[in-house]
Design a protein around this ligand. Sequence first.
Ligand code: FMN
Length: 365
Amino acid sequence: MLEKNSVILKILEVARWAPSGDNSQPWRFTILSDERFIIHPAPDDQSVPDIYNGDGRAKWFSIGALVENISISASAHGYKAQIIPRKDSPEHFGWSPYIEIILRTDHDIRPDELYPFIEERSVQRGCMKRRLLTSTEKAELERSVPSGVNIEWVEKGSRRWGLLKLISHFTDIRLRLPETYKVHLAVIEFFSRYSRNKMPDQSLGLSRLTLLLTRWVLKSWERTDFMNRFMGGTIIPRIEMDLIPGIFCAGYFVLYSKALSLDFEGDIGRGRALQRFWLQATRLGLQIQPQYPPVIFSHYARNNISFTSATHMIKKLSSFSKKYDDFFGGESSSRDIYFIGRIGEKKNDVSSRSLRLDLESLINQ
Ligand SMILES: Cc1cc2nc3c(=O)[nH]c(=O)nc-3n(C[C@H](O)[C@H](O)[C@H](O)COP(=O)(O)O)c2cc1C
């Protein structure tokens, strides 16, 4: 076992603050020596299939964000982290694929300027300031991602309004599925402001009244389904989660990447770029909220992937996915989108947030 003050532990202690879908923290570590360790995906919870990670990519984007944090934290301790994605047979370490990290002392390395923002970065699901990003801010954000990743800004007029409407239609569909209902029960920590392994319900961006109603409605699927079908149940959450925050921000960003490969290695690269972008935003006093569901649900529709027992929603989804593809210039272009989010200048600090599992519980003994 490593000494308490070993550099690997110091690096991982900070790096574990990476973002992950629903705060799932899908990473575990096996330490091989004082300078060598591996990262492998945490086992999936088989009892609740994660419809938001149906193609497995969100998990690798999250692990990519963690890898970027490791690289940044290593630089702050005078090390260069060598990152080696591996696809050995599972017998080797018990997992495949996985990532091996070797820390190498580097006397020329300078601490990465993004290091101080790793723990400060947090998702903002509420309002931000409405002012548009300046060209300097956009240039700084574009500078933060590697050359294989492109950013589209959706900030004004009918284009911004069009994207807001599309996102809201996807919310309407997803809130009506029994599969997402189960996921929401599993990933939301009710009556809480902080949560180590879930999302506290107070961080969801809902008003006090809607939060009270949501807690009551989510007590059973029958209640949820009834409210959605007959009481206009998705209207209020869509106003609070999509419309108001969509107005109170600078706009949306869209991350594309055609250059990176479509396997886990490419997705680690995408996650690393996302994390640099998010940390740079934090450095500039900006906040972000990802809007991932349109990306994953349009993927299901485009590839005819069966993902729900609510067959009446499938036709609706295909129609909105077609609109999504058209909005981004056709299927061949929208296919390369891997992340969408809102961005804007910070108006308020986040008052409720996800915390992280203790490092000890992430390390295989
Ligand atoms: C791949 C990925 C997808 C995400 N999708 C969403 C999303 O659709 N909506 C949202 O509000 N947050 C989304 N998040 C943010 C996570 O919920 C958030 O990072 C996590 O709960 C930890 O909270 P923190 O970022 O405040 O530390 C996403 C994060 C990642 C890495």
